[in-house]
Design a protein around this ligand. Structure first.
Ligand SMILES: [Zn+2]
Ligand SMILES: [Zn+2]
Length: 272
């Protein structure tokens, strides 16, 4: 029974998903558990009252947990995005709530004059030099974020490719960033943190896992063994989308267990 460690509810700005419907879909899909990981994109902390938002998210969690207890293992988490933009706020929000699981993500890059989330950037007319500089800064920002902050799982490493390749049809050669990516993987391994295999880009034509097989191989060859899976679902229909594909690939790599987190403590469960 798989545990989906990355899902969004109506408490995220980009989702209207009812947590009860998410749980019903998860049970129907045969999942063993899910983690609610609503967004907290730190650069917007002055515009959005995240503290109040997570008080509400916690209430939702307790209500669904009361109903689904025994049918589904439920965990209360956060997707902490872009903490480099507001480090003290990021540290504060994690202390003020009892999260089971903290996902770490980068959705916006500190790149000259283009610091909005990459989901909002029109890359159509950006040339190769811009794309290269942007991606290099993305990996540098991920590395710094992984080094500086407290978290459990690094989520969707390489996620700008979902936009650059699948939406804007840009050509990207990831080998140009191998050194930086290896530094990120080494940092995860040294700090005993988990690498998420995110399946949200699989649903698009030409879609891929984030990170891809090559990066998964490099993580394993450097000694990495902590994996979680996440569909990053923003609607109940997507709750289990692609998770089987991620597990199939991990089994091929001889990975026998996956991670989830309860009270910030790692739990491992077998997938064989
Ligand atoms: Zn994300
Ligand atoms: Zn997410």
């Amino acid at each position: 029974m798989l545990i989906n460690c990355h899902t969004h509810t109506m408490r995220s700005h980009d989702s209207s998903a009812d947590p009860f419907k998410i749980c019903r879909s998860a049970v129907e899909a045969g999942l063993g558990g899910i983690v609610f990981t609503d967004h907290c994109d730190c650069e917007f902390h002055e515009l959005c009252d995240f503290n109040r938002l997570f008080v509400s998210a916690r209430q939702d969690f307790l209500s669904v947990n009361a109903k689904y207890n025994g049918m589904l293992r439920l965990f209360f988490g956060i997707e902490l995005g872009d903490p480099l933009f507001a480090p003290s706020f990021a540290n504060r929000i994690m202390k003020e709530h009892d999260f089971d699981t903290v996902l770490l993500s980068v959705h916006a890059v500190r790149y000259s004059g283009v610091t909005e989330p990459f989901s909002q950037i029109d890359f159509s007319f950006k040339d190769d030099a811009f794309i290269h500089g942007y991606l290099e800064q993305y990996f540098n920002d991920v590395l710094l974020t992984v080094r500086r902050f407290d978290f459990d799982i690094l989520c969707h490493l390489t996620v700008p490719l979902r936009y650059l390749i699948l939406k804007y049809r840009k050509k990207v050669d990831l080998t140009m960033y191998s050194g930086l990516i290896d530094n990120i993987l080494d940092e995860l391994i040294q700090r005993d943190k988990c690498l998420e295999i995110n399946t949200s880009a699989l649903k698009y034509p030409g879609g891929f896992l984030m990170p891809d097989e090559n990066i998964i191989d490099r993580y394993i060859s450097r000694g990495g063994s902590r994996f979680s899976i996440g569909s990053d679902a923003h609607s109940p229909n997507d709750i289990a989308a692609g998770l089987d594909a991620a597990v199939k690939l991990l089994l091929k790599k001889n990975v026998k267990s996956l991670c989830c987190y309860k009270n910030r403590q790692r739990l491992e469960y077998s997938i064989v």
